[in-house]
Design a protein around this ligand. Sequence first.
Ligand code: NAD
Ligand code: TYD
Length: 349
Amino acid sequence: MRILVTGGCGFIGSNFVRAMLRDHPEDEITNLDLLTYAGNLENLAEAAADHADRYRFVKGDICDPATVLPLLDWAQAVVHFAAESHVDRSIEDASAFVRTNALGTQVLLDAARRVWGEDRSRRFLYVSTDEVYGALSLDDPRAFAEDWPLDPRSPYSASKAAADHLARSYWHTFGLPVLVTRCCNNYGPYQFPEKLIPLMILNAAAGKELPVYGDGLYVRDWIHVADHCRATDLVLRQGEPGQVYNVGAGAERPNLEVVRAIIRLVAARLGREEDELAKLIRHVSDRPGHDRRYAIDSGKLRSLGFTPSRDFEEGLAQTVDWYLDHPGWCQNVTSGAYQDYYRRMYDGR
Ligand code: NAD
Ligand code: TYD
């Protein structure tokens, strides 16, 4: 299969491209990425060198029709990851989120419509998020199911929901073979350290404060990125066009519990006192509009044959090891603009 991956230099996209090149020796991949602050060519340097015959990188913007048209013409399938992905940044300024997430998705969908015509053998997989469902209360026994109404609460999730609606509208209106996945929170190697887990690992290792928003009892449902990639691959090849698939691994955890687990792992790896690291926890002012809890029902995906390959504690330990074993990567992504971001977001909070 010839696959166009958008956003393949980001966290999930780079893990996905690596997994596809490894697991499907017959596939060719083109990775279209604008290399924003979150995109990093280093994430795929080794895979690109090892598979130069069937992997190609194109630097470009998904919002630019002239860039995307020839790539869609080439592709038999699109896996669309490219996005602005961080909730806190969307609260600072939503404009890039609306542009890339909503407008960029519409540009890709229109290009697919134009060059694929009536060819129903092609596939457009839009990578949405469980955040489009809104928030659950802590005592709600339910988890999000695919037929729940969308009720996004942050500028990030609102822009993702706009694209989610658009993608499904192209299936209903034009018959474009669209599939949508809605995954819970990912963790694992190559995640940019603005997100909870890598930020806490790097801060704990450096002896810096661990900024927990509000009471720290907010709950996220976690999946290792490798499992999200396996699920995406499965939906791409075996999912039914027009359908939505939730992706999860059944690992709901309050943030404070995640932070304490990271402290334990970092202390053990670096020979530090756990109690000393725990003193770094700071409850800082809350995120505006903070969603209390996400929980995802992935029964539909499981009926396609999916089972997650690792549990949260095992995956978290491997993730801590990965960050501590890659100081060069961490140093590169946290120099420069990251320092400005960190100051803006956390100084005096
Ligand atoms: P990320 O921020 O790490 O990577 C995003 C990538 O998109 C970067 O490489 C960036 O350069 C690229 N990009 C941004 N704007 C672009 C544009 N205009 N044109 C081309 N490329 C552009 O994000 P991620 O965490 O890897 O998330 C990938 C996708 O998965 C996103 O759509 C996100 O909404 C979705 N998702 C993420 C999670 C999660 O926990 N991280 C969970 C569910 C869904
Ligand atoms: P995040 O990784 O930003 O993912 P999302 O907001 O998309 O779920 O945040 C995960 C949870 O961790 C969320 O409840 C906010 C919280 N959080 C903190 O408490 N401190 C932090 O410094 C960050 C980045 C997040």
